[in-house]
Write a protein that binds this ligand. Sequence first.
Ligand SMILES: C[S@@+](CC[C@H](N)C(=O)[O-])C[C@H]1O[C@@H](n2cnc3c(N)ncnc32)[C@H](O)[C@@H]1O
Length: 137
Amino acid sequence: MVTWAKENVTSSGLADKKVRYIVDDVVKFVNREIRRGNTYDAIIMDPPSYGRGAKGEIWQFENNIYDLVKICTKVLSDNPLFFLINSYTTGISCKVLENILKLQINKKGKFTSGEVGLPMSNSSLILPCGIFARWES
Ligand SMILES: C[S@@+](CC[C@H](N)C(=O)[O-])C[C@H]1O[C@@H](n2cnc3c(N)ncnc32)[C@H](O)[C@@H]1O
């Protein structure tokens, strides 16, 4: 994934920018950042629908996304720019994601949500792929 991410950085024309690649459990990492007092101006997350940790811990989007967003809001800077969540989990409404952001981000700004889709090359149709929710300052 890191190799792939590096390729994406290069193809996005950002190869000369400072990028850190951290391979870690997201919850452990965020909790460490909270303890260190490190903050971020923006958060983009694309969590899996389902997964298992090294010790068999189960991640299920529906059950765990609220708590993940909650801890992530603790590392937002005083004047953050945005918080974006992307999901390919079926059966979740984009409004649920938007509501989670609304419940956790106590700041002024704009909340939006909707579907993520791929335009089809052989028609004008959009292939639905998932959902997103976003807060912007
Ligand atoms: C939906 S994919 C993200 C794909 C990525 N946005 C891309 O375009 O290539 C979810 C990713 O979360 C990673 N992941 C799963 N559990 C994790 C955890 N506990 N901590 C950090 N990353 C995790 C998976 O390895 C997977 O790469």
